[in-house]
Design a protein. Structure first.
Lengths: 404, 131
């Protein structure tokens, strides 16, 4: 069966990998039949409606999914396709309440135009009541026009012409609504409403996508070795995983309020979202001298490591090599309360190696590492994705900072 | 620091990695607290095969939980709710709020304060693989 996924127009290069990850998670086969970089509409082949519901329910980048009743480059083609595919099913919907909506991507339609489009489907012979709120069945005409952004990017129009660009209908889809995605989670986990964040907290949308790509799910154990304020752990916990994290700077997850007897900052986020049962631990440690035992036990690692772009890249140790143990009143200084071990500058490559080696040692088979790394925003240079002989690259996506 | 975490952490000192005495770390002067959490049998079933049972035995004894079964529950026992609930209590609901974790190999002590363990090494013990 063919289904139409309606995406949000956000983080384009993450959209297909997210769908693939969610299909893996739901244990279903997915074939992407129609996908365009600049379009919100995507046609996929799935086994049945249950599969469609199961996998879209976790999506952050999709808005919803429809059973595809037909498509075409004009209305003649669309109607012919709809008749061919669904004529035998029209009687099943004869008496139910229903509604028709029209979704125009990159264009607008007047009320009269919309009404004419809806009327053109009168051959269905639906006799049930039309209900604009909570109908039994929700049908949608989805029109895809040439988007100004694509026209500009491809040089089809100039910057001055773009606002008067004639609207050009490229494709029309007709579908029966099946289910919504989890996109509303972006609002629920909005950083603006979160108790404990910092300047380097990852936004809610990208954290949730990161957790999806790592296949976070109930029963699993997830770890963030650069936990900070815990955004990735919270995202993975939302999807049912148990999570723990560590950071070389304990202050980052403790927060200032902890000294005043309040809960640990990171923990207060789990409290806020009612996820306390998904929180395992937070501890202070350095990935380069990690206390995490070298055996396969993690289902997922989610992280945004410090690469020295915004935050200093440091690991334990001192620049001039190991120092003598300093004695204070006859006891080694490092055993005294308030001891701060020296840290030294560390290289980007070395950090990447440490992360990959760590992941190869600690992930279970089919476990996933979902991590962020900075890259030069230059389209001419192919992105160098770090590799490890024991790890397989599933997908890579880019968040561009300068918009197209 | 939860008992679960202690089963997955060892001494951070590089020269200890090859010694079996560096895992598990041993709790000393541990103050315990119980925190009730939602029982998630799916998680216990999933994580149990990855638990080092000998290490868990040692930890449980040190913390005063001597009732742990001699061998790791397997097969039908994983359907016994009481077995899973006991493990849930030990692994996830029991946590050490104050105390130390000690490496039997090098003797290094890691402090636990307000439930948070500190595994940072002093300068003479820390090293990086690649410089």
């Amino acid at each position: 069966m063919e289904y139409l996924v309606r995406f949000a127009q956000s983080h384009e290069s993450f959209r297909q990998p997210e769908l693939q990850a969610l299909a893996t998670l739901a244990g279903i086969d997915i074939e992407i039949i129609y996908y365009k970089k600049y379009s919100p509409y995507c046609v996929v082949k799935l086994q049945d409606e249950a599969a469609a519901r199961a996998f879209i329910s976790r999506s952050i980048l999709a808005r919803d999914i429809f059973e595809l009743w037909g498509s075409g480059t004009n209305y003649e083609e669309l109607h012919a396709d709809v008749r061919r595919r669904t004529e035998h099913r029209w009687r099943d919907y004869k008496d139910v309440s229903f509604r028709f909506t029209i979704d125009c991507f990159a264009a607008k339609r007047s009320w009269n135009e919309k009404k004419a489009i809806v009327d053109s489907f009168s051959y269905f012979g639906f006799d049930g009541p039309i209900k604009m709120k909570n109908p039994d069945e929700d049908f949608c005409v989805l029109e895809e026009y040439l988007w100004e952004v694509e026209a500009l990017k491809k040089g089809l129009v100039s910057g001055t012409e773009v606002h008067d660009m004639p609207r050009e209908l490229q494709r029309i889809f007709f579908g029966r609504w099946i289910a919504d995605s989890s996109r509303e989670l972006i609002t629920k986990y909005d950083l603006k409403k979160r108790r404990y964040i910092s300047t380097t907290s990852m936004d809610a949308e990208l954290s949730l996508i990161t957790a999806n790509m790592a296949l976070a799910a109930p029963g699993k154990l997830f770890y963030d070795p650069f936990v900070g304020t815990g955004g990735f752990c919270v995202a993975a916990a939302n999807f049912g995983a148990l999570t723990f994290g560590s950071d070389i700077d304990g202050r980052s997850f403790k927060g200032k309020e902890m000294a005043k007897g309040k809960p640990m900052g990171l923990f207060s986020n789990f409290q806020q979202y009612n996820l306390v049962s998904q929180f395992v631990d937070a501890f202070t440690s350095d990935l380069t001298n990690t206390p995490v035992h070298s055996r396969q036990f993690l289902d997922g690692i989610v992280c945004d490591p410090p690469y020295g772009v915004r935050e200093g890249l440091k690991v334990l140790g001192s620049r001039d090599g190991p120092k003598e143990v300093l004695m204070v009143d006859g006891v080694p200084s490092y055993t005294l309360p308030g001891y701060v071990p020296p840290k030294k500058q560390y290289g980007f490559e070395a950090m990447l190696n440490d992360i990959l080696n760590f992941a190869a040692r600690t992930l279970v088979t089919n476990g996933r590492l979902s991590m962020w790394m900075p890259t030069a925003n230059d389209e001419e240079v192919e992105l160098a994705i770090p590799k490890h002989p024991n790890l397989e690259i599933v997908s890579s996506s880019i968040q561009p900072f300068s918009h197209c | 620091m939860k008992v679960l975490t202690s089963n997955f952490t060892a001494c951070a000192v590089k020269t200890c990695k090859t010694s079996s005495a560096s895992f598990p770390l041993h709790f000393r002067n541990a103050e315990l607290e119980l925190q009730e959490l939602d029982f998630q049998p799916e998680f216990i079933r999933n994580i149990l095969p990855r638990i080092d049972w000998n290490a868990l035995h040692m930890t449980a004894n040190e913390l005063g939980f001597p009732k742990l079964p001699e061998s790791k529950p397997e097969g039908d026992m994983l359907n016994d709710e009481q077995t899973l609930k006991d493990l849930h209590r030990l692994l996830l609901e029991t946590h050490v709020t104050e105390g130390k974790l000690v490496c039997e190999n090098c003797g290094h002590e890691y402090m636990i304060k307000e439930g948070i363990a500190n595994f940072l090494l002093p300068s003479h013990l820390a090293m990086a693989d690649v410089l």
